[in-house]
Design a protein around this ligand. Structure first.
Ligand code: CUA
Length: 386
């Protein structure tokens, strides 16, 4: 019996350990390597409370072990003889009430400044963040006139050295915005605006996930923050604005781009906007469009599509971008084309309920798809990478 028990435990322990360690293998989501002031503040609190918990855990485990060994019944003891009972011992009760209370009061006092700091307004720009089933939209009001000049999806682009303010909304159910290396979690709640901040000391691409269960494709509701130097950020802004103007120019007749634009007008504009070119499909009723599908202006400038589930450009094994011989990024045309053909196949959705893209596999021919790809390629310049 004893050996059989030991034999099975030989497998159970490594299996449980493997399961535990699997939780660390999230790869791109890592809250333990904060980059930026807000994330560092949160990380500091996590470490302090974590180590206090470890201390309490060790103390309790040691006390339990000591008591078990020191006070266990001896063979000579009378089994009916109870040890002295300490129920109602004032000194003991006060001790184990006051010590945890003191620890919690200490943690509260230590935490409050950070709570208020993170809730205060940063010195940087403000960006509107909207959660939708199942992707994120980011809107920039550059001249603060109440009109959004840049509307994008999946990629939140910010400059270094700025405490960027986020106004977090939801257009349907509750989501939660989290870029682990840059800030903490903040819920996106319908009918409310939650203020939050994000900042980064260094350029880079930082990945995030929706962290509030929000339906079928919750696990596929990803986003990333592209942090650029202030110079690169200005370039990105200029390219975004230029892309809007370029989109207004109809592609030349008879070209695949023109055929693609015609198909886009037939099949896509009841849900997707292209600023300047296709924005009045809902007869000026913005509500018809809001929350249904990403604005596709400057589509090519985004590093990801379909709720950041797929890369717009091909990447190598270490996530590095692959390039054509002329140095340009390699478009991930195969997956983009497949997405347009049959999106529900690539990401669970409820298109019948305006949650996700429709299946066009019975509607679009191969030629149509090629033409649509030709048109989509005209939307914006490649991303500005950190
Ligand atoms: Cu959105 Cu989970």
């Amino acid at each position: 019996m004893g050996t059989r028990f030991a034999r099975s435990w030989r497998w159970v322990v490594p299996a449980l350990l493997g399961l535990l360690l699997a939780g660390c293998a999230t790869g791109r989501l890592d809250a333990t390597k904060p980059i930026g002031e807000d994330a560092r503040e949160i990380d500091g609190l996590m470490r302090l409370s974590g180590w206090m918990a470890v201390g309490v855990g060790i103390f309790v485990a040691a006390a339990v072990a000591t008591i078990i060994v020191k006070f266990r019944a001896k063979p000579t003891d009378d089994p009916d003889d109870l040890p002295p009972q300490i129920h109602g011992n004032r000194k003991a009760e006060l001790t184990w009430t006051l010590i945890p209370t003191a620890m919690l009061v200490f943690l509260t006092i230590y935490t409050l400044p950070t709570v208020f700091a993170l809730a205060s307004e940063g010195d940087g720009r403000t960006i509107k963040v909207e959660g939708q089933q199942w992707w994120w939209q980011f809107s920039y009001d550059l001249d603060e006139d109440g009109q959004y000049d840049i509307v994008t999806a999946n990629d939140l682009v910010i400059p270094t050295g700025e405490e960027v303010n986020l106004e977090i909304h939801s257009n349907d159910v509750i989501h939660s915005f989290w870029i682990p290396q840059l800030n903490g979690k903040k819920d996106a709640v319908p009918g409310r605006i939650h203020d939050w901040r994000i900042s980064s000391d260094e350029p880079g691409i930082f990945y995030g996930e929706c962290v509030e269960f929000c339906g079928l494709s919750h696990a596929n509701m990803q986003m990333r923050t592209i942090v650029l130097t202030p110079e690169d950020f200005d370039r990105w802004v200029q390219e975004q604005l230029a892309g809007k103007t370029a989109a207004q120019v109809a592609p030349a007749d008879e070209s695949p781009e023109a055929a693609g634009a015609a198909l886009f007008e037939t099949h896509c504009i009841s849900c997707h906007v292209v600023d300047g070119a296709y924005e009045s499909a809902a007869g000026g009723n913005a509500n018809l469009l809001a929350g249904i599908a990403p604005n596709l202006t400057n589509l090519m400038s985004r590093t990801a599509f379909a709720g950041a589930l797929y890369e717009t450009y091909q990447t190598g094994p270490d996530g590095e971008y692959l390039r054509n011989p002329d140095g340009s990024l390699k478009l991930n045309i195969a997956e983009l084309r497949e997405w347009v053909r049959n999106a529900p196949d690539m990401k669970p959705a409820r298109a019948d309920n305006q949650q996700g893209m429709l299946d066009f596999s019975e509607v679009l021919t191969d030629q149509d798809l090629d033409n649509l790809m030709a048109y989509l390629k005209t939307l914006g310049s490649p991303p500005v990478l950190p």
